[in-house]
Ligand binder design. Sequence first.
Ligand code: GTP
Ligand code: MG
Length: 200
Amino acid sequence: MRIKEAVFSGSSLRVDRRPLPRLPEFAFIGRSNVGKSSLINLLAGYGNLAKTSSTPGKTQLVNHFLINGEWYLVDLPGYGYAKVSKKSQESIKRIVWDYISNSDEMMLLFVLLDARHELQKIDEDFIYMLGEEGIPFSIVFTKCDKLSSGKLALQSSNVKGKLLEQWEELPPVFYSSAHSRTGREEILDYIDSIFKTIKH
Ligand code: GTP
Ligand code: MG
């Protein structure tokens, strides 16, 4: 898929306040600092469309980016950032679940996992809830540039193995690096393939 245009269309705290018009949405979630905003910038092909930061907790709202005037990339606030208050963690959780469980336009949720780490309890719990709620998702390992290819293969097969203790099969899994700009074509092609199933 070619991205000809990517524009920020607005931030919201509630799903019914999302920017209009309603169009298909592909959303990105994961622990704070995992690289959601960076991946959105990589996919969109624009340097700093979504604001990124080395300090976790940068994205606090649901941000919509309109692509080719036809669909949205949706940047969600990260979960699991221990340094913010319990109250603000709860409020982020509410914002995220309100969006993912109530957006009729969300075609797929990409769950991002840092390729360097074992599967964390918070990610496992989050993915489990997606299953319970029947929310379609796929997995993206981020920051793959930080590992050798051997270590990446080992690490990702550990994580997949852990998930397979809970799931009979896994959704598609992608490998990305915003730094070495890898994974872009694969993810965009997958988004494109989902569009094709909608149109038929
Ligand atoms: P919050 O909005 O705070 O939840 O974070 P986020 O998940 O949007 O992460 P963000 O994209 O802001 O990136 C966090 C940090 O990780 C930044 O310092 C990025 O430069 C770095 N980063 C993101 N993606 C990659 C990557 O693929 N490789 C490397 N090496 N660093 C990355
Ligand atoms: Mg962010």
